[in-house]
Design a protein around this ligand. Structure first.
Ligand SMILES: Nc1ncnc2c1ncn2[C@@H]1O[C@H](COP(=O)(O)OP(=O)(O)O)[C@@H](O)[C@H]1O
Ligand SMILES: [Mg+2]
Length: 366
């Protein structure tokens, strides 16, 4: 059944190229006004899904619904959507104003209205002073703004973005990210945004659909994706530096569940499990770098271990410290003023209220 509240919906959607199934019976409901990010590594099928929403890619089977309408066989121009690509694809001979108004001229929008729409978009994107320049006279960030502006003038209520910031340098990317977020708040439109960049996903999304091999692994808000990843794949994909993993077993001590390996014993009393924790089960324990703490007094070590500092990366606001222990190598975040040297012996403590356990068998969070 169609979810009445879903603004954009993929229902049992399959797309294949010859013998290659890129999407296979995918379901996804996106709410009105939601900022949904499709996140996954290159080749996992993000663009294919987005293009199918847009009508640039034909569905092999299944349906696309927009605003309660089955648009599976509608032309892109009739779907009420606008799309922004990674390559800005501006018309090089036209000015910014020409680029922004082109589609409107083509669909016969009255001149007066065009002027107003272009000026509104230029104001929102802060490119008013660039309207008479050509694309060759703009920086990368300015060009991408114009590309977004071209989508904006169309006054649709669904925007599709395919890695729009990937071509920009890191600083500009961070700036435009903030602006996109503001834009979303201002327009209240539904936005579906494709990226392989987990920071973009975490900062922009209302909900993230984390994809692997054409399959949505988890659909949840950034907080949940980060703190309660559904499986081992999502856990290692999200977060930089990545979550640390330790192989071990579930056992019991004084009738309380514990994680145990040759070098580490941790209480699981605070652990919020998805399923029952079976004794003897082989598991991987996951813990984020910010949840491993340096211990000043190693004698008090209760839920941690000893290790040797292998490498220190100073990032200004913090240090990423890599530690090698008996059977493992892991990293932790440490305040910048802590003086640490390569080769130094340290004691570390694991915060047991921030653990994740994954089945060694199927990789799902336990
Ligand atoms: N037109 C096409 N013909 C054949 N294979 C394609 C075509 N477009 C995409 N693919 C394949 O489909 C898979 C998903 O591609 P794509 O959706 O572009 O991934 P992403 O955007 O996540 O990087 C890839 O393996 C890609 O090689
Ligand atoms: Mg792509």
């Amino acid at each position: 059944m169609l979810d009445k509240n879903a603004h954009v919906r993929a229902s049992n959607l399959s797309v294949n190229f010859g013998s290659v199934d890129v999407l296979n019976g995918l379901n996804l409901d996106i709410q009105k006004g939601e900022f949904l990010v499709l996140l996954g590594s290159s080749g996992c099928g993000k663009s294919t899904l987005l293009n199918t929403f847009a009508g640039l890619q034909e569905a092999t089977s299944g349906q696309i619904w927009i605003d309660g309408r089955n648009v599976t066989w509608e032309e892109p121009k009739d779907r009420g959507i606008a799309m922004v690509f990674q390559s800005y694809a501006l018309y090089p001979k036209m000015t910014v104003r020409g680029n922004l108004s082109f589609a409107l001229k083509m669909n016969g929008t009255p001149r007066r209205e065009i002027t107003k729409l272009v000026e509104d978009a230029a104001r929102i994107l802060q490119i008013g002073h660039l309207l008479d320049r050509r694309p060759s006279e703009l920086s990368g960030g300015q060009r991408q703004r114009v590309a977004i502006g071209r989508a904006l003038v169309r006054h649709v209520d669904v925007f599709l973005f395919d890695e729009p910031l990937s071509n920009l340098d890191a600083k500009l990317r961070a700036e435009l990210r903030v602006e996109l977020k503001r834009l979303h708040r201002e327009l209240g439109a539904t936005m579906i945004y494709v990226t392989h960049d987990q920071v973009e996903a975490l900062t922009l999304a209302d909900r993230i659909a984390a994809m692997k091999d054409g399959v949505i692994q988890q659909l949840a808000c950034p907080d949940e994706i980060y703190n309660r990843p559904a499986n081992r794949f999502v856990a290692q994909f999200i977060g930089l530096p990545s979550m640390n993993f330790f192989k071990g077993k579930l056992t019991r001590k004084d009738d309380k569940p514990i994680f145990s390996s040759s070098e580490l014993t941790l209480s699981l009393e605070d652990y919020e499990a998805e399923t029952s924790l079976e004794e003897g089960q082989e598991v991987e324990l996951g813990i984020r770098p910010e949840h491993i703490l340096l211990l000043k007094d190693p004698s008090g070590i209760a839920s941690g271990m000893l290790g040797t500092i292998d490498l220190v990366e100073m990032l200004g606001s913090e240090q990423i410290v890599w530690v090698v222990a008996e059977n493992s190598r892991f990293c932790m975040r440490v305040p910048p003023d802590e003086k640490l040297r390569h080769g130094e012996r340290v004691a570390v403590q694991f915060r047991t209220d921030n653990l994740n356990l994954f089945s060694m068998q199927h990789g799902m969070r336990l």
